[in-house]
Write a protein that binds this ligand. Sequence first.
Ligand SMILES: NC(=O)c1ccc[n+]([C@@H]2O[C@H](COP(=O)([O-])OP(=O)(O)OC[C@H]3O[C@@H](n4cnc5c(N)ncnc54)[C@H](O)[C@@H]3O)[C@@H](O)[C@H]2O)c1
Length: 350
Amino acid sequence: MPTGLEIIKVKMAVQTATTRRAFARMPTRPSAITPSIGQVLSEVIGGWARLADRIDVPLSRLGANVWRGSTAAPISIGSVNRQSMMEHRAMLKGKTAIVTGSSSGIGLGIAGHFARAGANVVMNGIEQPADVADEVTRIDGCGEGEVVYSPANMMKPEEIRELAAMAADRFGGVDILVNNAGIQFVAPIEDFPEEKWDAIIAINLTSSYHAIKAVLPGMKAKGWGRVINIASAHGLVASPFKSAYVAAKHGVLGITKTVALETAEQGITVNAICPGYVWTPLVERQIPDTMKARGMTEDEVKQEVLLKAQPTKQFVTIDQLASLAMFLCSDDAASITGAALPVDGGWIAQ
Ligand SMILES: NC(=O)c1ccc[n+]([C@@H]2O[C@H](COP(=O)([O-])OP(=O)(O)OC[C@H]3O[C@@H](n4cnc5c(N)ncnc54)[C@H](O)[C@@H]3O)[C@@H](O)[C@H]2O)c1
């Protein structure tokens, strides 16, 4: 077994127990409401506050919920009642997700959302386990599933196959695959180094082929699966100096549509998310060179180079993308397949 496939797993039982206690403190049936209404409301709101604190959602966005005296029906105060929140938290319970390139940026955000929803999550990145132990520990503390990390190199088909096999052995199958790992390089085509072209095509496109091929038989056997490919607005339109990236992302949309058609009758959906600019290390790394090349300040680079094509003039957020990934995993999204879904502040509408 190559060292590249050593796995770390750090279970945060204490944090999980804290979450369970927060739920346990909330009244779950009418008989729990014996003290004064003031005490009850205080306990309920307190429970929500502690829960909101644990899952990084402001209380104002959760609403609060109490059980009506003599009935079992929940009364919702605010937009999200306790029942739907519990369902959301449990939405991916028992499911297993692989998120490639999840040691940072968009993939890390998606891994966190999946873990909060109760999934087992196999995180991945090019970094060695010791270098991402803090992030893995943090994600593992988010939910009731297990979180493991594998530094399988997305340039190496054998390691991708071993990653999928490890996930299936450990968790009894892979239900969700997010092909997210990606790199960027910017140069005119005549100067574009061959090794950069090969690396971008291998990581940003070909790794999806190997990963899909490895997990699909298991999804077919279960009659349920979700493949989410993180493409780009550059899967739909081009920009100069990004030939390999644009070619790879257009290719990602091709494999998305093709596999969607091949699996359409088997409970499996295959979709691509096409983000515009998202503030992540991948984008941040482009700033200093661009500042130097164009004689601009950091803010000028952000506004006049990066966000120029994005009508909202706002970066897309990682949470917005992770929420869409969550929705694509829901039963409500069962009829969305073969789609390229832009989340780009209006970029490709122009
Ligand atoms: N940030 C943006 O503006 C933006 C926009 C559109 C699409 N995307 C796409 O989103 C995805 C994630 O990008 P990000 O911005 O979060 O980047 P990032 O640099 O924050 O994260 C990239 C991830 O890929 C992993 N990775 C790189 N090479 C790898 C390899 N050989 N094997 C395994 N893992 C490897 C890294 O370890 C990291 O986890 C990429 O596919 C990117 O093309 C990003």
